[in-house]
Design a protein. Sequence first.
Length: 494
Amino acid sequence: MANAYENQTLDENTTRFLSEAAESHFDFHSVSTQAAGDERLKKAVNNATMRQYTGRQLQLLELPDADKLRTLAGNIKQHALENLDYYLELLRKNVEKNGGQVHFSTTGEDAKRIVMKIAMENRCRSIIKSKSMVSEEVNLAHALEDAGLDVVETDLGEFIVQVSHDKPSHIVAPIIHKDRASIAKVFSEYFHSDYNDDPQALTAQARLHLREKFRRADLGMTGGNFLVAETGQVCVVENEGNARQSMTTPRILISMVGIEKVVPRLSDLSVMLKLLARSATGQMMTIYTSIFGGTRTAGEKDGPEQFHLILVDNGRTEILASEYRETLRCIRCGACLNACPVYRKIGGHSYGNVYSGPIGALITPLFEGLHDYKDLPQASSLCGACYEACPVKINIPEHLVRMRRDIVRHKFNGRLERLVYRLWGWGLRFPFLYKWIGIAQKFDLRRRAHGSGWIRSLPKISAGWTQVRDMPAPAKRTFHQVWKDRPQDSQNPN
Ligand code: SF4
């Protein structure tokens, strides 16, 4: 059936991102510049993030003292991190007491091998998987597919990502970059059906398909928002019920979770859960909160025969040993992404990795190496909105500055950049010289504006400023001049 969107180029940004990512060196500058010029992408991302951001603001007002609660949540996570070896061991003991098995994996490859081994040993062919950032981090679904297993993402957003061979672009809302038309096109191609962009019809189509998968699955996989050391349980929050299906229907259950997700006590969840949904989607609580662990016991109607908890390190202990330890507090709520003016303009794919936004700009270089991702810590105005939004009070701007320091220390920035900053630093030591450079610069910029008040393009190393927007020309009179010449009355209010 012909439709209005047939000839529209869909997901250009995704295509660019995927081809960039296929190359060894990720070029943040070119991808983010293209993304910033993509009005459709910006609109989709901006609308969704603003909705979640506003929802969060309103929900936090409902709490008697949201700031104190954030401090407490940060302290709980920090305490768990400071004593991680103790709590992980306690967790292991309690999971085993509940009848489960715990596997420690040092790398992502280890984690995938463990999943594969469990699947093979139990002759599992069909896997239903709920949303999990750590499984995205280790690229689990692709590895399982390559091994010939039938694996399906059951979260609607992740399902769309899977069938369109895309990547998630937001920690909480993986298809924030897609609009209704692109999803309808993906579905009509995947299901060989007529184009229909009615959201209810699209959801019903996915539901019908997934229901059959749920029925046949012999292995279920989840992530985990929190691991409770005291009880040996995993806590998963979600809105669709697919994670609960994944943990109750199949005979084998695997939860793959990062080691930093541990909290000491069950009662700590009362703090964390109050903040998580509010910060993520502006909900008081998610629709489903499941706290589970162990295997099905006699008399229970559902639950797995085997429960495996895979604890993934994959670089986390190195971060733990560094001055970036605090970043491991992250509960992946996505609030910093929604608050970030940079993320809103360029979307998640520009960050070149599964974690995007302010927290991605920090942890991607930590996980993948600062050299290859040295542009990410610069992708911030340091406005502090991410710190304000973070429910566990990670001081993201401070860490970003620290990381910029590391870039300079390791000389990862280019020679030209180093020279410019050296000259600037030198100029700052001579106020007279600095003033004259400023006057010359102002003259030059005003000349380039040709009286319009806006500069359309700048040359050479300054070209980036005008790549995707015009720059306002400097005012005729500087702030210092205006301040000096202000009326005497206003200088002395008394
Ligand atoms: S850094 Fe903070 S705001 Fe950002 S995702 Fe993590 S917990 Fe949420």
